[in-house]
Design a binder for this molecule. Sequence first.
Ligand code: GAL
Length: 844
Amino acid sequence: MVRGRKIEIVSCLLLQIVVAATAANVTYDHRALVIDGKRKILISGSIHYPRSTPEMWPDLIQKSKDGGLDVIETYVFWNGHEPHKNKYNFEGRYDLVKFVKLVAKAGLYVHLRIGPYACAEWNYGGFPVWLHFIPGIKFRTDNEPFKAEMQRFTAKIVDLMKQEKLYASQGGPIILSQIENEYGNVDSSYGSAGKSYMKWSASMALSLDTGVPWNMCQQGDAPDPIINTCNGFYCDQFTPNSNNKPKMWTENWSGWFLGFGDPTPYRPVEDLAFAVAIFYQRSGTFQNYYMYHGGTNFERTSGGPLISTSYDYDAPIDEYGLVRQPKWGHLRDLHKAIKLCEDALLATDPTVTSLGSNLVASVYKTSSGSCAAFLANIGTESDATVTFNGNSYHLPAWSISILPDCKNVAFNTAKINAATESTTFSSQSLKPNADSSEELGSQWSYIKEPIGISKADAFVKPGLLEQINTTADESDYLWYSLRMDIKGDETFLDEGSKAVLHVQSIGQVVYAFINGKLAGSGNGKQKISLDIPINLVTGKNTIDLLSVTVGLANYGAFFDLFGAGITGPVTLKSAKSGSSIDLSSQQWTYQVGLKGEDTNLGSGDSSEWVSKSPLPTMQPLVWYKTTFDAPSGSDPVAIDFTGTGKGIAWVNGQSIGRYWPTSIARNNGCTDSCNYRGSYSSNKCLKNCGKPSQTLYHVPRSWIKPSGNTLVLLEEMGGDPTKISFATKQTGSSLCLTVSQSHPAPVDSWASDSKILNRTSPVLSLKCPVSTHVITSINFASFGTPTGTCGSFSHGRCNSPRSLSIVRKACVGSRSCKVEVSTRVFGDPCRSLAKSLAVEASCS
Ligand code: GAL
C-alpha cells in the first residue's frame, strides 16, 4: 500500500514537472498553426479516453507517438462527466485531467473537442439525458435553457483545464479547442435560430479565454477568429473561409463504425495514405485520424440506434490496443516522409503543374534552396510513368509520391514497406475458479427475471408512452403490460384458430410475452412491425411487451427527439373472423428497468443466485453468474459470446457493454479484396457478411484478477452461457510483405538532419513485433513475379531459385532482418520483367 502511494506521489510530481513547462504562444496564419512563432505541420489522431482504460492510456499514447503523431484529439463526453445534474464524475475512464497529462508526458499536444455535443456514435451524442427534461429546452438552437447548460458545462471544462494549467498558453499540451460539432451539416433545419445559436456558441467559446485558438468543424460560416475545419474521407478540396486561416482536417475517417446487424467496414491503407498525402500536397497542414484508436463502447455508452459495442473503426491501433499492420506502419512511414518536407512545406505555397491527364506535381521551393515535391496520379485506372525535373517516376493509379528533395522518392502511398502482421484469437475455455464452492457440474448459477411487472414503482397510464421520456434512459428496458379478461364467447378463442397480436415500435427490440411465455420478438433501426399468432385463454390474460433500446440516437437535426419504444398501434385480430380490437389506448401498466437492475445483480452480489442443476438455458430473461480465473498470459482478453442471444455483461461489476452475437450482418455487399483505387465511402469495403456482427467483446486486463473473478450476464433473448469462452489476442506470429523493385527505399534511410539519401535500392525489412521473438522460419520467398497475398503466396513464371536460401540466411534466428530487393542480390531470373520479392515468415 505504502509503496503504491509513493509511486503515485512520484508520478504526480513528474506530471507536474511536465506541465509546468514554459507557456507557448499558439496562433495561426493562412498556412498553419503557429506555435511560438513557428508554423507547424501537425499529424493528429483521435483516442477517446472512456473507450479504453487508464491502464491502457500510456501504451496507446506511446504507440501513437511511435506512429508519428504530434497531437492526440479527443471529444469531452458530457454525459460521462455529469451523469446527474451537478454531480460530476472525473474518475477512472473519465479522468480527463489524467489523460491530458499523460499525453503531455509523452511530449504530444492535445486537441480538446469540448463540443459539448460530440456525435461520435456515443449515447445521445454525448448529451446527458436529464438535459431533455429541463422545461422549455430545445437542443442546439438559440434557446436560453439549452445555452445556459451548454455554457455552464463548457466553462466547467475550460476552468478545469486552466486550473491544471493544461492549455499551451499556460505551459500545457492543449493547443486547440473545438466548440460544437458539425453543426453546419444540420443548421438549416433550425432556421434563423440556428444561425444565431452558432454565432452565440462561437462568442461564448471565445469569452472563455483559453489563450489558444478555437475551431468549429464542418461550419463554413464559422466567425473569425474561429477556424473552420473539414471532416470527411478526403479534405484536399477544402478551403477555409478566410485567407488568414490554415487548412485543417479534424476528422479523416480511418475506417468506419460497426452497427449490430451490419457487415464490418474497413478502409485500405493505400487509400487512407493517398487522402492524407494529397491533403498535404494541396496545402493542408493539420490532419487528424478519426479514429487512431477506436476502442470499446463499454456499459451503455454506444450511440444509436444499434451501434455495436466494438468501436474498432479499422483504426491504426485496434480495439485491443495492438498496432494494426500494415496500416500503422505504412502511415508511420508517410508521416516521416511528410516531416522530411516540413521546412519547404511551411515556408511557401506550392507551385502546381500538370504532368498529364490526372497527373499533378506540386512543388514547394524556398528562396533558401530547400525543395519538396508531391507527384500525384489521381486516375483510378492506369499506372503512369511521369517525367519530373528530367527524371522518370513510376506512379501507380490513385497514388502519390513524396520527394523531400524534389529528386528522390521517400514514400509512395500505394507501395507498402511495412509488413502485414497476422493477429489471431486463441480460444481458452472459461476456467472455473479453482476454489469455487459451487456444486460440481454446475459452474453457473442463475436468477430468473420476472416476466412482466414485478417492481413496486410500476405505474398505470392510458395509452402507449414514448420510451425515452418514460425511462430517462436509466435502463434499456421498459415493460408495457396489459391484463385482459376474455369471455368464453369471444372470437379470439374459436376452436383451432389463433389471434394475431400486432405491435408497432420505433425501436430497437421488442419481445412479446403472452401469459408469461415468449410469443415473438423483433428488432429494427427505426421501425418494427410484428404480427404474432398467439393463444389466449378464457378469463385472465396478460400481454407483456418488453421494449429495449440499443443506444440512443447521436446524429441528425433534432436527433434528441427521435424517440424510441412502442408507438402503436397494438391490436388483436381474430385470425378467423378478421375482426380486430385496438389496444393502444388501454390502461397500460409500465415498469422502467428490470428488477435485477434495481437489486444490482450485475455486481454478482445477491443471496438469491440458484446453483441447482439443471441450469435453465434458451429461456428469455435469465441472469447468469459464474466465477473464473484469468486467462493465462498478458495478451488482451475478449469474451466470445457465441451461444448466447443478447444482453448486457459485467466482469467484477464493471459493465463490458451490450453483447448480441445473434445479430447477423446482411449477406451481400462484402469483398475480401477491396480495390483501394478511387473514392472511398463507408460501404465500399465491407467484410463479415452473413456472419454475426460481433461475437468478441473486449474485457480490459486491468478489470480481471488472477482468480476469483465474477462474470454476470443478463440474457434477455435466450441462450446457453456454458458455451461462452475466452479468447486472447496475439499479434505477429506471421509476417508477410511484398516489395517491388520500384518501391522507394525505406524512409528510415533518409537521415533526418540532412536530406542525403544513403540508400537507393528498395529493401524488404521484417521485424517480429514481440520483443522476445525471433524469426523461426521463412515459409515463402520469391524474387521474380510472385502472386497472391499473405497465406496464399505462390511463385510466378519468373522466380530466382536462390530466393528462399538468401532470405533464410538473412532472417532466421534474428528478431529483424533486411534484404535488398535487387538483381545484385538475387541475380536476374527474367531480364525484361519488373520484379518483386514476396516473403512470408514465422516468428515465435
Ligand atoms: C462525424 C462526427 C463524428 C462521428 C463520425 C462518424 O460526422 O463528427 O463524431 O460520428 O461522423 O464516425
